[in-house]
Structure formats: structure tokens, C-alpha cells
Design a binder for this molecule. Structure first.
Ligand SMILES: Cc1cc2nc3c(=O)[nH]c(=O)nc-3n(C[C@H](O)[C@H](O)[C@H](O)COP(=O)(O)O)c2cc1C
Length: 157
């Protein structure tokens, strides 16, 4: 069974977690990005990224460059933006053949509440069996991530 983790990460938290999980599971990983780059400052990111989420904007993605038909299962890695998933992942999930293969969700957030994000994605990815909620490394409890990752890997390994 071949698995790949496809993820978006703006400031590295999701990427850091995905790298550890992909390594432990021995699966491939693929970072996606939008053609139009996000601004550099956090305030501008909140405005632009949060606005995209609020208005359900689907951005154009850079070419993926990988044959996803080779994989049986896909895990998605996403930060929470404006309490929901990021526009780049929403763009990826416009492809129904990808949606059907998604069985895992790796979510990072600044506050730990991923309920609304998971809920917003649920209709597009109905086959999710494994979910892990991780904290931004700036959060005071971010050390809890190690144990959560360990349990997540055991569950889906
Ligand atoms: C535009 C934007 C909106 C965000 N909205 C939320 C939010 O609603 N709730 C939350 O807990 N964290 C929010 N965050 C924080 C990110 O979810 C958190 O820092 C995440 O770990 C970033 O992942 P990354 O480093 O892989 O980009 C937001 C961050 C950005 C840039």
C-alpha cells in the first residue's frame, strides 16, 4: 500500500510535523504552494489569507509534478486559517479522485481548536480515519506534539 502526505505550510510548523510523520511511516511527502505568494508580515497574512478563507477563494496551485494515481492513500497536512483549512488545500480538494483517497488529516493551529477546520473539510474528504491536531511551536504546550505524533503514527502505521 502506497501512501503520500500532501501538505501546505507557510511558516514551517506543518512541514516539520509532516516530515517526522512521513519518516516514521516511511511514506512520501509533497508540499503544495499557490502561484501567488502570501505577503511576508503576519498581519498582512492574516488579512490576505484570512480573507481568502472567508470568501472561499480557490487559488491557482503551482504544478504538482507527481503522479498521484500511484498512491492508494493520501494524508493531508494543513494549518488552520480563520478556523478553517487553507485555500491551497481547498484548491487541491477540487479534484475528486484525490478527495476519495484521503484517509488522514494532520492539522496544526495556533490555539488547538481544529473542530471547525475538520468539519469544513469533512464533506470533501469523507474517508478520513486518522486525525491529529498539533500546536504551533510558539504555543506554550507545543511539547505535547511529540506524544500526539507518536500515537498518530501507531494508529495508522
Ligand atoms: C492567515 C492565518 C490565519 C490563522 N488562523 C488561525 C485560526 O483561526 N486559529 C488558530 O488556532 N490558528 C490560526 N493561525 C495560526 C496557524 O494555524 C498556526 O500558526 C499553524 O501552525 C501555521 O502552520 P505553518 O507554520 O505550517 O504555516 C493562522 C495563521 C495564519 C497565517
Amino acid at each position: 500500500m502506497r501512501r503520500i502526505i500532501i501538505y501546505y505550510s507557510l511558516s514551517g510548523n506543518t512541514e516539520e510535523a509532516v516530515k517526522i510523520i512521513a519518516d516514521k511511516l516511511g511514506c512520501d511527502m509533497l508540499r503544495i504552494d499557490t502561484v501567488k505568494q502570501m505577503p511576508k508580515s503576519f498581519a498582512a497574512r492574516l488579512l490576505v489569507g484570512g480573507g481568502q478563507v472567508a470568501f472561499n477563494k480557490i487559488p491557482k496551485l503551482k504544478p504538482i509534478g507527481k503522479d498521484l494515481s500511484l498512491y492508494d492513500e493520501i494524508f493531508i497536512g494543513t494549518p488552520v486559517w480563520n478556523r478553517k483549512g487553507v485555500p491551497a488545500i481547498n484548491a487541491l480538494l477540487t479534484d475528486e479522485s484525490i478527495c476519495q483517497k484521503v484517509t488522514g488529516l494532520i492539522v496544526t493551529s495556533g490555539g488547538g481548536d481544529i473542530g471547525k477546520c475538520a468539519e469544513a473539510l469533512k464533506d470533501r474528504i469523507p474517508n478520513v480515519k486518522y486525525t491529529v491536531s498539533l500546536l504551533d511551536r510558539k504555543h506554550k504546550d507545543h511539547q505535547l506534539n511529540d506524544d500526539k505524533i507518536k500515537k498518530f503514527v501507531e494508529m495508522c502505521g
